[in-house]
Design a protein around this ligand. Structure first.
Ligand SMILES: [Zn+2]
Length: 290
């Protein structure tokens, strides 16, 4: 015997009707009663698992605390990173530049100002990515600077307590970004980024790729906003410090799940990660320097 189950979710999701065998229906109802999960949630999770898609899930390699302590030894290959998402950012073995993943391609921005598709055999010591699917899609006009952008992004997120992926496309009237220079493992992040390469462009078209991380997760990822830039011609890119734009498209993907992969290197296993990394991250990742 078959029954018909109908489910729908608001905001950009499609409705599907399907014939469900009785045994599956009984199992589904029992599961939902037991866990309190909605039919929608179970079916979306089941389909995502079957199709190997992890929407609303962040896949992350290592932690912000480890990066601050200078753990730059790569532990996951780019070819593996490419299987876990299509949108993200990070860095490469030895803090060798900035990583940008956009539309399923992974790029390495180097401190000489060049950008290349990342070698699939390259290793990353830190990476954050997702399968990007917009929950919010809108336009921002007349962005004065970085702080102005962040205030406006705040209004688009539904909570300060969940993660979000952020994609911004358009022409930037001004953009200032940095690219980390290679550093020896064990050099703390603040010292390593004291000699970073910085670049400024005007009237450049491109995309900002990044994440919002809740403050409570500051030992896991950079708290607040962290955005990398890549130009439309894929010739320029780096970690954004400041910008201005007259009109850009802004898309937000809320992230409710986090898959964290921890390095098995001795430098990670033996590191003291008990320090609060917020002050060091603020210094190393923003344009505010003492
Ligand atoms: Zn960055």
């Amino acid at each position: 015997m078959c029954v018909r189950i109908f489910w729908a979710e608001v905001s950009r999701m499609n409705s599907i009707t399907l014939d469900l065998p009785e045994a599956l229906e009984l199992a589904l109802v029992a599961h939902c009663k037991r866990t309190g999960d909605s039919f929608d949630h179970v079916m979306v999770r089941a389909l995502a698992d079957f199709l190997d898609l992890e929407h609303h899930t962040i896949y992350q390699v290592s932690t912000s605390g480890a990066l601050v302590e200078g753990i730059y030894q790569g532990c996951v290959r780019v070819r593996e990173i490419l299987k876990q998402g299509d949108f993200g950012l990070g860095t490469f073995h030895g803090l060798d530049g900035e990583g940008i993943m956009l539309d399923g391609t992974c790029y390495q921005a180097l401190s000489d100002g060049t950008v290349h598709p990342a070698d699939p055999d390259h290793l990353a010591p830190f990476w954050v990515e997702t399968h990007f699917k917009a929950d919010v899609d809108t336009t921002f006009d007349q962005i004065r600077d970085w702080e102005d952008l962040l205030c406006r992004l705040d209004t688009l997120r539904s909570s300060d307590n969940i993660f979000a992926a952020i994609r911004i496309d358009g022409i930037f009237s001004r953009i200032h970004y940095r690219v980390a220079c290679k550093a020896k493992s064990g050099t703390d992040l603040v010292s390593a980024t004291e000699h970073q390469a910085e670049f400024c462009f005007e009237q450049i078209e491109g995309t900002l790729v990044g994440f919002f991380t809740p403050d409570y997760a500051h030992t896991i990822n950079v708290p607040g906003y962290h955005l990398h830039f890549i130009s439309r011609d894929r010739a320029h890119g780096g970690h954004v410090l400041d910008l201005a734009a007259s009109s850009v498209n802004v898309a937000i993907d809320h992230e409710y799940q986090l898959k964290l992969v921890l390095p098995e290197s001795s430098s990670f296993l033996n590191a003291d990660l008990s320090e609060d990394p917020r002050a060091a991250l603020e210094q190393a990742e923003s344009k505010k320097r003492p």
